[in-house]
Design a protein around this ligand. Structure first.
Ligand code: FAD
Length: 368
C-alpha cells in the first residue's frame, strides 16, 4: 500500500495550493481529484471574478484571462445604480484550476485525477484512504473537496445549517464581443439586488467573459420557494433581458456556496480547507482566494507544529493563523450579513458605502 505524508482530496484552488505548499516543504504529497484536470475538462459553476492582486501574486498569464475588469455596477430593483471602481479579472475555472494544479505538480505533488475518494478509515497512526482504483495510507488528510465534502461526510463532521447555504443557478450564455460592449460595457461586471422584489438574502450577476456572459443568481436556501421561477424573474429584468437577446445557452447548473463556517475546521490530523470548511466571504460569496490561503495555512500549520514537536497544537495553530490573516473579518461579515439583508433600506445603505469602501472596511470600522 502506497504511503504519503499528506493526502489532499480535491484539486480546486484550495487543494492545489495546499498540495503545492506541502510539496515545496518536502512532504510526500498526493493530490486526489475525482474529475479530469484539463482546460477542456469538467465545467465548474463560478462567476470567476478575481482581484488583480491575486493575478499578480500568482503570475497568472494575461492570455489565460477571459476579460479584464475595471468597475462594478450595483443595480437595485428600485432603479438606483451604484458604481464601484476596482481592477480585477474574469477567468474560466477549468483554465484557472488547471494552472494551480500544474503549480502543485511542478512543486513535486503527485496528481491522481479521475480518482474519487470513496472511503476513509482511521487506523492507529494513519488514515487509510480508498479511491475508485487504489488504497493509500497517509498521516495527514486535507479535505479540499468542496461544499459537499465527501471526506468530511465520511468522517461524520457536522454539516452546514441551511441559513449558511446559498443555492446558486448559473447559465453560460454565448454572445458576441460587440453585444457585450454595447449592453454591459467592455470592462464592467453587474450585480443585482432587491430584497422585496428579487432575492431575500443574496444577489444576482452578469459577468462578461470574452464572448460569453455568465448569468448567476443566488439566494439563502431555506428562503427559496421556486429557484427556476426566481431565476426567471431576474433574467426578465429589462436590463438583463436586453443584454441576453440573441445569446445561446451553453450551460445551466445549480451549485451551493457555504457562507458560514463548519463547527470545526480541524480534528485528529484532518484539516478542512476552502468551501469544505465554509471559508468564504459571507457577503460576496468570494471563495477562491480564501480557499488558496486556507490550503497554504493548513500545511504551514503542520510544518510549524512538527518543527516545534507540538502536534497537540495543530488545531489551535490552524484556527489562530486563519483568524489572524482573514478569518476574524469573515466571521464579523457573517454577523453583519444579517444586518445588511434586514430590509431594502439597510441593503441600499450598504451598497452606497460599498461604492467607496472595501466591504471589510465597512464591517471592521462599523460604518453602518
Ligand atoms: C455560482 C458560483 C459563483 C462563484 N463566483 C465566485 C467568484 O466570482 N469569485 C470567487 O472568488 N469565488 C466564487 N465562487 C466561490 C468559489 O467557486 C469557491 O469558493 C471555490 O471554488 C472554493 O475552492 P475549493 O478548492 O475549496 O473547492 P472547489 O473549487 O469546489 O474544489 C473541490 C474539488 O474537489 C473535487 N472533489 C469533490 N469530491 C471529491 C472526491 N470524493 N474525491 C476527489 N475529489 C473530489 C471536485 O471535483 C473539485 O475539483 C462562486 C461559487 C459559485 C457556486
Amino acid at each position: 500500500m502506497k504511503e504519503y505524508d499528506i493526502i489532499v482530496v480535491g484539486a480546486g484552488p484550495g487543494g492545489s495550493f495546499a498540495a503545492k505548499t506541502a510539496a515545496e516543504n518536502g512532504y510526500n504529497t498526493c493530490l486526489l481529484e475525482k474529475e479530469n484536470v484539463s482546460v477542456n475538462g469538467r465545467y465548474k459553476a463560478c462567476g470567476g471574478a478575481i482581484a488583480w492582486e491575486l493575478v499578480e501574486e500568482i503570475d497568472y498569464p494575461e492570455e489565460k484571462i477571459s476579460r479584464i475588469i475595471e468597475s462594478l455596477e450595483l443595480h437595485h430593483t428600485d432603479g438606483e445604480v451604484f458604481s464601484k471602481k476596482g481592477k480585477g479579472a474574469v477567468i474560466w475555472r477549468n483554465v484557472f484550476d488547471k494552472f494551480l494544479t500544474d503549480m502543485a505538480i511542478d512543486s513535486g505533488a503527485k496528481l491522481k485525477e479521475q480518482e474519487p475518494l470513496i472511503s476513509v478509515k482511521k487506523l492507529k497512526n494513519h488514515y487509510q484512504v480508498t479511491t475508485k482504483n487504489y488504497t493509500y495510507l497517509t498521516k495527514y488528510l486535507i479535505a479540499a473537496d468542496g461544499v459537499t465534502s465527501f471526506t468530511l461526510k465520511t468522517l461524520k463532521w457536522p454539516y452546514f445549517s441551511s441559513k449558511d447555504l446559498i443555492l446558486t443557478v448559473t447559465q453560460e450564455m454565448k454572445t458576441t464581443k460587440s453585444k457585450i460592449k454595447q449592453d454591459l460595457g467592455e470592462d464592467t461586471v453587474h450585480l443585482f439586488f432587491g430584497i422585496k422584489d428579487l432575492i431575500a438574502v443574496g444577489y444576482a450577476w452578469l459577468f462578461p467573459k470574452a464572448e460569453n456572459i455568465t448569468v448567476g443568481w443566488g439566494n439563502q436556501i431555506n428562503l427559496i420557494k421556486n429557484s427556476r421561477e426566481e431565476f426567471k424573474k431576474f433574467t426578465s429584468l429589462p436590463f438583463v433581458a436586453k443584454s441576453l437577446i440573441n445569446s445561446e445557452m451553453k450551460v445551466f447548473q445549480p451549485h451551493l456556496i457555504p457562507v458560514g463556517l463548519r463547527l470545526q475546521l480541524y480534528n485528529d490530523n484532518v484539516f478542512a480547507v476552502g468551501d469544505a470548511g465554509g471559508i468564504v466571504d459571507p457577503i460576496s460569496g468570494k471563495g477562491i482566494p480564501y480557499a488558496m490561503m486556507s490550503g497554504k495555512f493548513a500545511i504551514d500549520t503542520i510544518n510549524t507544529c512538527e518543527k516545534k514537536d507540538r502536534l497537540d497544537k495543530l488545531g489551535i495553530t490552524y484556527e489562530k493563523t486563519l483568524d489572524r490573516n482573514f478569518l476574524k473579518v469573515l466571521k464579523l461579515k457573517r454577523e453583519f450579513r444579517d444586518r445588511i439583508f434586514q430590509n431594502d433600506e439597510s441593503l441600499k445603505k450598504f451598497l452606497s458605502l460599498w461604492e467607496n469602501h472595501r466591504s471589510s472596511e465597512i464591517v471592521v470600522r462599523k460604518l453602518m
